[in-house]
Design a protein around this ligand. Structure first.
Ligand SMILES: Nc1ncnc2c1ncn2[C@@H]1O[C@H](COP(=O)(O)OP(=O)(O)OP(=O)(O)O)[C@@H](O)[C@H]1O
Length: 593
């Protein structure tokens, strides 16, 4: 069995698992094709009967072919409706299964390094469908292709039986050649299109930025023309090879279709010139020839193949994710439990510079540890390693003194409540933003964390309280400021901590808060982190100075560790950074970090 056929069968089974409608679709398509052949034969019968009709009398022999013809026409007109419904329902059932498969493959890896792999990104593009032809293209094309193929074969049989086998074979062969040619042509085009995924991605990205994400900056900096220019350049770069290919193929395409037409006309003329055939057979054969000529469906054939390829890409995705993981994390050591970094080295890719060069770091169990360092020192990178979304390139991350060599990273991630610097802002309700889309939140807990993080004031001022959607484009929705969003993120971490997470990570929790908000946070920090091991990163010394242990990251390594007072006494990096900030506070009246 060929690989394509095996894929086709696996795809049919995959589609069938999502619902029974693929079976109905196939049945309706086969029936449609059979009725088409019946129609061809009946038209001949009726024409033959009509030739015998004398004015004023309709012979009884004509009644059944006319009756059957009417019924066949009726069903031939009704079947496409049923076929289309089955097709739509099949796609409706299939799409979530496809998305789920892609999602599961990507989520099978707890880290995020693989999402940056070009091979994985292209794999996802292919799985979603090259040139827009995903697995649904298979379902879209299946009915038409079954009808086209069966109609071609049955029409060829009619021509062969009633007229001539060589003519039937030649017309069938040219029809299928035309189908093969147009499918190959469409395929070449969509390959050209797929080769441009990088350019398309650029065009789509610039378009998306221009359409809203960067609307503010575009206006303020007058970047409109620059964006349009970048978009058009990427779009034309993506489309140019496609049109070059179309131009190259135009003459060839005319020639192929011309030959097909000539063969068809020749066959019809041969039928007309034959003296031996009665009028009924002539009609049947001519109708069959015309049907055969029209049975080339290159469009469906290529869509079907694209659908199969998208399915193969879905099947291949887990392997790509696995490969990406093994190249990104060559010496992966996963974490579990409370954390210690031991000589951890890390870089984002084999060609990149080292970000961490032998970090030794231990969190205070059930206490607070803070990390400080200049911009780009690698603080957020430590958080990414700590949360298991990346793995160390070298070194180990230990749990309760034992190396987690056979880890369950996802179980570990469930034990962490984190506020990342670029935390996610979901266009859902306030409550769902805090509980991360939990359907039935614990309202007592919500109230508690809102009071702890200062979110209670925002909830009270929101038009629908906890049910207010945080998206201005939604009815009754509203937009929060950066500082208000930060409180939502804090509340989210506090909520997660209260429902089970035991390590609380806060990466720049006060960066968008005003002076009062910052003071509030410091005051409530102990309550917020009570009973948890916490790890906080901040450029604001007011936030870190109360930590049980402060670590200073410099040049990829921890260079100082101690309490605020100990570090000041040491008069090293920490003391220097603190002095600089304290001086600025004194000069600015304490309004900035
Ligand atoms: N996804 C990434 N791919 C490649 N390099 C990255 C990535 N993320 C961060 N880096 C690089 O790693 C280095 C450390 O970045 P990181 O964000 O960890 O610093 P940071 O100390 O948190 O900085 P800041 O104080 O500005 O938030 C930087 O040089 C940055 O360019």
């Amino acid at each position: 069995m060929s690989a394509s056929l095996r894929s086709l069968l696996r795809l049919c089974a995959f589609t069938l698992r999502s619902g029974p409608f693929i079976a109905y679709l196939i049945a309706f398509a086969v029936l449609t094709a059979l009725l088409g052949t019946g129609l061809t034969i009946l038209i001949g019968r009726v024409v033959a009967g009509v030739a015998d009709v004398s004015i004023g009398s309709v012979p009884e022999s004509l009644w059944w072919p006319v009756g059957l013809l009417c019924l066949t026409i009726l069903f031939r007109n009704l079947l496409p409706i049923a076929l289309d419904l089955a097709r739509r329902r099949c796609i409706y059932d299939l799409e979530p299964v496809v998305h789920r498969s892609i999602h599961d493959a990507l989520m099978s890896e707890p880290g995020i390094g693989h999402l940056e792999s070009a091979a994985v990104q292209d794999g996802v593009d292919r799985a979603r469908g090259i040139g827009g032809f995903g697995v649904r293209a298979f379902v879209d094309a299946l009915g038409s292709l079954i009808i086209a193929r069966l109609s071609a074969v049955s029409s060829a049989l009619v021509v062969g039986i009633w007229f001539s086998w060589p003519v039937a074979v030649v017309v069938l062969a040219t029809t299928w050649f035309v189908e093969w040619y147009s499918a190959a042509q469409l395929r070449a085009e969509s390959d050209q299109w797929a080769d441009q995924t990088e350019e398309q991605r650029k065009a789509a990205y610039v378009f998306e930025l221009g359409m809203g994400r960067a609307a503010k900056e575009i206006r303020i900096f007058g970047l409109g023309p620059w964006f349009v220019d970048r978009y058009l350049t990427s779009w034309h770069n993506a489309m140019r090879p496609l049109w070059q290919e179309r131009r190259r193929a135009a003459l060839r395409t005319f020639a192929v279709y011309g030959v097909h037409l000539a063969v068809l006309i020749g066959a019809v003329i041969m039928v007309g010139w034959t003296d031996e055939l009665p009028v009924a057979e002539v009609t049947t054969v001519v109708v069959a020839l015309l049907g055969l000529g029209a049975a080339a469906d290159g469009h469906s054939a290529s869509r079907m193949r694209r659908g199969i390829e998208a399915f193969r890409a879905i099947e291949e995705l887990p392997r790509l994710v696995e490969t990406a993981r093994s190249t990104i994390t060559p010496e992966a050591a996963r974490v579990e439990g409370v954390v210690r970094f031991e000589n951890v080295w890390f870089r984002y890719g084999d060609e990149s510079d080292w970000v961490l060069r032998g970090v030794d770091l231990e969190l205070v169990p059930n206490g607070s540890t803070a990390l400080v360092g200049v911009n780009g020192a690698g603080k957020s990178t430590i958080v990414k390693l700590m949360t298991g979304v990346y793995s160390p390139s070298r070194g180990r991350i230990l749990v309760d003194g034992a190396e987690a060599t056979k880890p369950d990273p996802m179980a570990w991630q469930r034990r962490i409540a984190a506020v990342a610097q670029d935390f996610v802002r979901l266009p859902v309700t306030l409550a769902q933003n805090v509980t991360m889309a939990e359907d039935a939140p614990d309202t007592r807990l919500l109230t508690e964390v809102a009071a702890l993080t200062g979110l209670d004031v925002i909830v009270a001022a929101s038009p629908r309280g906890w049910e207010t959607v945080l998206d201005r484009s939604m009815p009754g929705g509203m937009e929060l400021s950066g500082g208000q969003w930060q409180r939502v993120a804090l509340a989210r971490a506090a909520y997660a901590a209260r429902i089970g997470a035991d390590l609380l990570i806060l990466d720049e929790p006060a960066s968008a808060l005003d002076v009062r908000g910052e003071a509030d946070l410091i005051e409530r920090y102990l309550d917020l982190t009570a009973g948890h091991t916490s790890f906080v990163i901040s450029h604001r010394f007011s936030v870190v100075r109360g930590a049980d242990r402060i670590c200073v990251l410099d040049d990829g390594a921890i260079v100082e560790t101690g309490t605020h007072e100990q570090l000041l006494d040491r008069r090293g990096r920490y003391a220097a950074m603190f002095a600089t900030q304290a001086k600025r506070y004194t000069m600015d009246g304490g309004s900035r970090d």
